[in-house]
Design a protein around this ligand. Structure first.
Ligand code: ACO
Length: 323
């Protein structure tokens, strides 16, 4: 088992803040409904920023914060479900933008579990090469996928990116990784359906391109399967839940996070929350939160962190690492 050390974290969010009251002006909703059901008070929405520009900013900050030359990066993985283009990948675009001339770069699509799936994949790649460095980014422009006339989804999401620069040298390590797919529940969350012109005929799937979610189903899925995923990951790591210092969960709903804490019998203080500021930023939510925790000095060397995500697929994923 190689090391997995976090050398730097970073985040980039759009400038524009859209509050719940702003949304109440354009759709039939209220700050009271959104805050009570989700914990969200505001979100960042991209105006001039793109998924690629947010990712590139995170990558540049990571290089600066870790004092690493772009040419020394071996792998770049971007987790996203809202890339600006189907091709090239966001990772390929930023590889060029930051001048990481020796890096292999590609995207991973695992929705809100994307950052955990990408971290798992990076760990496997780092095993292939002595002295390797990797950049893992979760980046989303969810506002591209939102139907602003659908209040049941429009109030939930936000745009942003976060990431970490990691090395297979040093004291950090991944203690366990528990990823799961539930493909039989694939229709509970859908977004970005490509339909094409249909010149030579059309499939009978008439789903539009917007994000669709069976909210209650996903809520129940998460409150049942996220605690199970964390328990299994802790067991695999050979540690007790009480050994985990920070539970960095996907920020989809403050009520889900509270429920997971309760089901695990762990103090809610160990479950940081910033969904009030950013909404659900899908694959970006965990690295944005992690980066803010690092900035605020909340994580110290040796701390054990559980990164846990869930979402479209459906999927769950938990990684337990020692910082
Ligand atoms: N404003 C006001 N009222 C609303 C809004 C809104 N924005 N949206 C829905 N309502 C109404 C509904 O129409 C419904 O009205 P009715 O009772 O008259 O029919 C009522 O509020 C209750 O709606 P529910 O959908 O039952 O509300 P619920 O308590 O389930 O909360 C929510 C909805 C917040 C979406 C919740 O189900 C949830 O958080 N689900 C999980 C979502 C999630 O975690 N997604 C993560 C994955 S994201 C990814 O992978 C990209």
């Amino acid at each position: 088992m190689n090391s997995f050390s976090i050398l730097a974290t970073a985040k980039a969010v759009p400038e524009k803040i859209v509050t719940n009251d702003d949304l109440a002006k354009i759709m039939d909703t209220s700050d009271e409904w959104i805050s009570k059901r989700t914990g969200i008070k505001q979100r960042r929405i991209a105006t001039k920023e793109t998924n690629t520009s947010l990712s590139a900013e995170v990558a540049s900050q990571l290089l600066k914060n870790a004092d690493v030359d772009a040419n020394d990066i071996d792998f770049i993985i971007v987790a996203t479900m809202s890339a600006d283009y189907q091709m090239p990948s966001t990772a390929a675009a930023i590889q060029g933008m930051i001048g990481a001339n020796n890096a292999v770069a590609f995207d991973i699509s695992a929705a809100c579990s994307g950052f955990v799936f990408a971290t798992h994949t990076m760990n496997a790649l780092l095993n292939l090469k002595p002295n390797a460095l990797g950049i893992i980014i979760g980046s989303e422009k969810m506002s591209n996928l939102i139907n602003w006339e659908d209040r049941t989804t429009a109030v939930l999401f936000g745009d942003g990116a976060g990431g970490m620069l990691v090395s297979n040298q040093g004291d950090g390590e991944i203690l366990s990784s528990n990823l799961k797919n539930y493909g039989d529940e694939d229709k509970a969350l859908l977004a970005g359906h490509l339909t094409g012109s249909g010149t030579f005929g059309k499939s009978d799937d008439d789903t539009d391109e917007y994000l669709h979610m069976k909210g209650r189903e996903v809520f129940n899925f998460a409150t049942k399967n996220v605690p199970a995923s964390i328990r299994e990951a802790a067991k695999q790591a050979g540690i007790e839940l009480s050994d985990i210092n920070h539970f960095v969960l996907h920020q989809a709903n403050a009520r889900i996070i509270k429920s997971v804490a309760r089901k695990l019998g762990e103090n809610a203080d160990k479950f940081p929350v910033n969904i009030n500021l950013y909404g659900n930023t899908s694959a970006a939510s965990e690295p944005i939160l992690l980066s803010e925790m690092m900035e605020n000095g909340l994580i110290t060397k040796g701390d054990i962190i559980a990164l846990s995500g869930f979402g479209g697929g459906l999927t769950t994923g938990t990684i337990i690492l020692r910082y």
